[in-house]
Design a protein around this ligand. Structure first.
Ligand SMILES: [Zn+2]
Ligand SMILES: [Zn+2]
Length: 246
């Protein structure tokens, strides 16, 4: 006698075959298109980032820019990494994709994110040949979520970068910090100061280029805390890449 759970799974599989996928932004049906989880209309709302942009966080500058290289937020960051890039702005349908991945266990959106990464101007070239280092989750958090979205994204960036681009995980998160989203910049930085450490097995090669990978760039505090650990260990050739900029 099949269990209720098994029956549910059969029903879900059958449902996927009968009904086309639903748009994660507007809940409308997704017809044929280059993305499978955003409808054509919502797919056009994804805002790719392209130059000119802040050299630290990748946020685009709008309008005329004369010699400015760092946005007003990053001016206070004192980054331990060299520079940063991002793929899309964290608004509208781009935000919905990230939220589906991060908070709703919707791993199927990764196939659309892979398309968007490949379509971001210059991004594949930017990560090519680098060692990609995902920002680690605390083990408790990862058990709860069952995956680290930054590791999954790092794998997509590595695929986009092609031969020589690879994912390594030399960092671990040793402090289970509370959710950072409601905290101000100063409190975030304080909480994160000693939140990351190098794994015992880590082997940092100063000759390699390292690129830290995270899902979103918000204040940059998390990426900066990771960057400090890598730098101290000799990873001085160090940049950051995020999928979304919030
Ligand atoms: Zn839609
Ligand atoms: Zn910036």
């Amino acid at each position: 006698m099949p269990t209720l759970v098994a029956l549910n799974q059969v029903w879900q599989t059958a449902g996927d075959l009968v009904f086309p996928p639903v748009c994660v932004h507007c809940a409308g049906l997704v017809e044929d298109g280059r993305l499978r989880h955003l409808c054509r209309q919502c797919a056009t709302l994804v805002t790719f980032v392209h130059p000119p942009c802040c050299h630290v966080c990748g946020h685009p500058f709008f309008g005329d820019v004369h010699g400015e290289r760092c946005c007003s937020h990053c001016a206070q960051l004192d980054p331990s990494f060299r520079e940063g890039r991002t793929c899309v702005l964290l608004k509208g349908s781009g935000r919905s994709l990230v939220h589906a991945l991060k908070y709703h266990r919707a791993l199927h959106v990764l196939e659309d994110i892979a398309v968007l990464i490949r379509e971001t101007p210059g991004l594949a070239d930017y990560v090519r040949g680098a060692v990609l280092v995902p920002v680690p989750l605390h083990p408790r958090k990862e058990r709860e979520r069952q995956y680290n979205q930054s590791r999954l994204l790092a794998q997509l960036f590595a695929a986009a970068g092609g031969p020589g681009t690879r994912v390594e995980e030399p960092l671990r998160r040793i402090v289970d910090t509370p959710t950072q989203t409601t905290l101000d910049r100063r409190t975030r930085q304080g909480n994160l100061k000693n939140a990351f450490a190098l794994r015992k097995s880590a082997d940092i090669n100063p000759a390699e280029r390292y690129v830290l990978i995270d899902d979103v760039f918000t204040t940059g505090s998390t990426l900066n805390a990771c960057a400090r650990v890598l730098r101290r260990a000799g990873g001085v050739n160090l940049d950051v890449v995020t999928f979304g900029h919030g």
